[in-house]
Design a protein around this ligand. Sequence first.
Ligand SMILES: Cc1ncc(COP(=O)(O)O)c(C=O)c1O
Length: 401
Amino acid sequence: MELEAKEMNIPITKTIFGKEEAEAIVKPLETGWVVQGPNVAKFQEIFANFTGAKHAHATTSCTTALHLGLEAMGIGRGDKVIVPSFTYIASANAVEYTGAEVVFCDIDLRTFNIDETKLEEIIKNDSSIKAIMPVNLFGLCANMPYIMELAEKYNLKVIEDSACGFDGWIGNRHSGTFGDVGCFSFHPRKSICTGEGGMLITNSDEIANRVSQLKDHGASKSDLQRHKERGGSLLPDFTMRGYNYRMTDMQGALGVCQMEKKEYIMSGRREVASRYDTALKDISQLITPFTPKNYKHGYQSYVCIFTDGEDISNLTKEQIDRINIKRNIFMEKLEEKNIATRQGTHAVHTLRYYKDKNLFNDEDFLNSYAGDRLSIALPLYAGMSDEEFEYIISNIKEALA
Ligand SMILES: Cc1ncc(COP(=O)(O)O)c(C=O)c1O
């Protein structure tokens, strides 16, 4: 067993890069066109086609895409935006960049997504709320059809944080296409990767135009456009205060290659997820991910809830804290066997900045607190070998015995 543990080393995920990426990434160096140019344009076009969105704009990250989307929708000082309290901190930070205020909403622990049944109560009581930012966490869409109904009823904007949402669907609609705007991440923890990188999609011409300017210092014409046209020696007008959130063309080249491999990447991830579902279904200490009917999970992560075999239908903070100690021991045991795991993500209201600012208690959003303390993401990547998979499962069983 000692020997086995030394030989096996299982990361939480793996990027799927090959010689295609290695070749594609040097081409911009040869042509000299290294800022957003032909490869970024191609990546955007492929991404828009795949998701079914009218427009796609590549950015430096999902966080900057969220910032751009909020600003392009006119969200700013004096406004409030609803964000689930169980998400990566970047969702809330992007709202703060605009000067708007974050209003947290708890999640449904079964899906890890915003608890849509709590939304109307929050919206009804606060006329400053101007937008909702549902997060399609770990690859599973939030209840977007219902959220869009509410948004229409109360005239709110919707920006989907689809950082993890690649290839997640409700029926035949891709994650990020329900709201006014959807934003994706290509960080190495995500299914397709460009190093850092993000994408904003929208069906609105007006938002798309604003985003293309805002991400490029507010310039009324992109560098690529200017260089292609006569009169490129003169700088264009700058009609708004913008940012530099442009993706490089090397990243664009990576994005194009990754989109060409998406079937392999996604079928590989789904196959491992399905094998976990089967192998873990009789283990009473773990609840495996739930996929509602008509939803297709994108499996950015395979996140279970560690229950230690307890009934968690009426959780208390004391119960969560007690089980949390055991979850952490379980994770340490797997780490000792060189199997990487992670907590799913964090409860943002418990993080010092947001906690101090709003004087939150951990139990203010109890399901989010439970998500933070009880979730566990298992290794997931395309190409996981049978040997690796069996090694993970046998060690999970041993650690729980
Ligand atoms: C839910 C969510 N939102 C936003 C982000 C930020 O993405 P990026 O690192 O591309 O800025 C992440 C990244 O982990 C995330 O998980």
